[in-house]
Design a protein. Structure first.
Length: 96
């Protein structure tokens, strides 16, 4: 559908846009677009620099703090087995 747009068609579209908005408005839009792109690039660069600074700070902090000493696992003491409940015992959970 739009694959057949050539130079003459684009010139006609450009002329119509200039007639509608005027030369001053279009140049102002171009200037605003350029400054927006410049600010976006600066923000991305600042964000990358801040992320690198944070990573470097985190890395130096990790190098300065020694790791905690290794603690050997303690052997678990065997738990005493409970005797089976008797029929007449009131503490027995199996009492009916």
């Amino acid at each position: 559908m739009f694959g057949s747009l050539g130079a003459p068609e684009l010139l006609i579209i450009g002329a119509v846009i200039i007639l509608i908005f005027g030369v001053g408005k279009i140049s102002g839009l171009g200037r605003e677009l350029g400054s927006s792109i410049k600010e976006f690039r600066r923000a991305v660069k600042d964000e990358d620099a801040e992320a690198a600074k944070q990573a470097q700070l985190q890395q130096t902090t990790q190098q300065q703090v020694p790791p905690p000493p290794a603690v050997p696992p303690q052997a678990q003491a065997p738990q005493p087995q409970q005797p089976p409940a008797q029929q007449g015992d009131p503490k027995s959970p199996n009492v009916f």
